[in-house]
Design a protein around this ligand. Structure first.
Ligand code: PEP
Length: 249
């Protein structure tokens, strides 16, 4: 099955209101690469403004709570994201798993909340450096997949992002062969559990993707796109990644 390439910017805790123009520049440039789906996930504070400034474009959150409402000071529910114009949410990013102690069950509940709110979900998995070095990366990630992917979903609305923790923001990237092996293992695990639906699911790679390495990473087996942190903050750095995805069809 042909899967459209998907390139997603995770702005993390970066950007004030003057960054909206940059997002508009990115979305306009992405229009010239119409074979690629592009989304930007800015901080919560910018989602509403960005969605209003870029009608029809995919703007998303970087996290959501698993409940729809309640006494959860400081948290944002998935229906709240949808209410201000978001169409996407990232769940289970390693900076949430590690920094906020989120486990697979919570990530799964957040994914279910996002799907129930009508959002597309990008569910992150990835191993720490010592696990990669000990040879246990695939087992580790497949355990995360087993524990955090919901049982029922529209495969068009749930993407997996494989993000080795040691590659995030470090300039380090796995070999193309290691990326292909991991993505193939993830696809295999999804197929064993969900059958044909696994073929429709997109599996993104994330971790120090930039304009120079995007073409070869995106061309690796079972890589359907990229989740991009640092290089998604400016059009100058992000658009070449979108272009590399477009060149691969
Ligand atoms: C990320 O945070 O999801 C990420 C991949 O970051 P970076 O591209 O900066 O490594």
């Amino acid at each position: 099955m042909a899967r459209r390439k998907y390139v997603v910017g995770n702005w993390k805790m970066n950007g004030l209101s003057d960054a909206i123009g940059e997002a508009q520049t990115i979305f306009s440039a992405a229009d010239g690469h119409g074979t690629v789906d592009v989304a930007i996930c800015p901080p919560f504070t910018l989602i509403g403004t960005m969605a209003a400034a870029a009608p029809g474009k995919a703007v998303g959150g970087q996290d959501c709570h698993s409940a729809v409402s309640g006494a959860f000071t400081g948290s944002v529910a998935a229906p709240m994201l949808a209410d201000i114009g978001a169409s996407v949410v990232i769940v289970g990013h390693s900076e949430r798993r590690e920094g906020f102690g989120e486990n697979d069950a919570e990530v799964r509940a957040k994914a279910e909340a996002g799907l129930s709110a009508g959002l597309s979900v990008i569910l992150c998995v990835g191993e720490p450096r010592e696990v990669r070095e000990s040879g246990g990366a695939i087992d580790y990630v497949l355990t995360q997949i087993a524990g955090s992917v919901p049982d029922a979903f529209d495969p068009q609305r749930l993407a997996i992002a494989y993000e080795p923790i040691w590659a995030i923001g470090t300039g380090l990237v796995p070999t193309v062969a290691d990326v292909a092996a991991m993505h193939g293992a993830i696809r295999g695990a999804l197929a064993a559990r969900f059958g044909d639906a696994a073929e429709a699911m997109r599996i993104l790679y994330g971790g120090s993707v930039n304009g120079d390495n995007a073409a070869e990473l995106l061309d690796a087996g079972d890589v359907d796109g990229a989740l991009v942190g640092g290089a998604s903050l400016t059009a100058a750095k992000f658009v070449p990644i979108v272009a590399a995805a477009a060149a691969l069809g």
